[in-house]
Write a protein that binds this ligand. Structure first.
Ligand code: PMP
Length: 307
């Protein structure tokens, strides 16, 4: 993670980052009862600042809160207020380089027991330098012995902090084995996602990604790349179950995510993907994705919000 900027937003005001603290008795700390999202801010040469797909990030945060039952957040916030706070915080920190904004909604009530409804919620926001978690030149992945938590246990569709213990276990295991990240299989043994990124494969010119009922996070970049590949590049895109062995013999494999970006997967479980180099579809989408986030692509300018 990159360096954190000095000002944060916490409990309805801008404060010093070091003053934005939760109680050790809060449900957020005791049970991991917070939901979150991370969105990117890209800074152009002319010092314009763009947030990528901000309304979608807000919507996913609200949906996460809805799934978990954090109803006070839903009743107290609106997109307009959220946007205003983003502007305020970006201004307070005078962002000059690409950055990530982490927004969390915490259940901030002490000793509330294992419940979620009717409790005080606190929104926090902080900004940090955009250091990608996977390299744009490529990454090596290891299939995890840990399975993705099923929707029937902790829904991945809700981006809830506590569930990330699952990601930590799998990612650390991959790092311990000398890989860059893990591949999660779902409970039925199908390919699901990475610790914090979605996955795509290319086979015979068709772009394939696990469907959104495979216990994965519905990534905003996943959806964006599907729309671009299908709508703008005219590619056939299929959302379906993927077997692990399909990864081994795919023409291309790549990731999507806010912090992972589009990273070509060059090796899985000690098997090279194709010739171990970035493939043409990945290269094209990586460039579109990067240019688009920086306002340099003619398509979908309305996916950017000035901040
Ligand atoms: N899956 C998981 C588990 C994640 O944490 C992330 C990162 N938010 C993603 C996928 C990618 O989602 P997005 O494209 O919205 O960043």
């Amino acid at each position: 993670m990159g360096d954190v900027y000095e000002k944060a937003y916490f409990d309805n005001q801008i404060v010093s980052f070091s003053d934005a603290n939760l109680s050790i008795a809060s449900s957020a700390v005791l049970y991991g009862l917070s939901v979150y999202t991370v969105f990117p801010i890209s800074v152009t040469k002319n010092n314009e600042r763009f947030a990528f797909r901000l309304p979608q990030h807000y919507e996913r945060l609200v949906n996460s809160a809805k799934i978990i039952g954090m109803d006070t957040f839903i009743s107290q916030w609106r997109y307009e207020k959220f946007l205003h706070v983003v502007h305020e915080l970006v201004e307070a920190n005078n962002i000059e380089n690409d950055a990530y904004v982490r927004v969390s909604v915490h259940v901030n009530e002490n000793i509330a027991g294992t419940r979620s409804r009717g409790l005080k919620t606190t929104l926090s926001m902080f900004i940090y330098d955009a250091v990608p978690i996977l390299k744009p030149e490529g990454c090596r992945l290891k299939t995890s012995m840990w399975r993705r938590i099923p929707d029937s246990a902790i829904p991945s569709r809700a981006k809830v902090n506590g569930a990330y213990v699952n990601s930590v276990l799998a990612k650390q295991d991959a790092l311990d084995s000398g890989y860059d990240d893990c591949i999660f299989l779902d409970i039925n043994g199908h390919v699901c996602e990475l610790s914090a990124a979605n996955i795509f494969i290319v086979r015979d010119g068709v772009l394939i990604t696990p469907d959104s009922t495979s216990d994965l996070l519905e990534g905003i970049n996943r959806k964006s790349m599907i729309e671009i590949a299908r709508g703008d590049l005219g590619m056939e895109v299929v959302e379906r179950s993927i077997d692990l062995t399909e990864l081994y013999i795919a023409d291309e494999v790549f990731t999507t995510g806010t912090s992972a970006n589009i990273s070509p997967v060059l090796e899985v479980d000690a098997r090279k993907i194709s010739n171990g180099q970035m493939g043409p579809v990945t290269k094209k989408l990586q460039k579109i994705h990067h240019d688009m986030r920086h306002g340099r692509h003619k398509l979908h300018k309305n996916w950017l919000t000035d901040v």
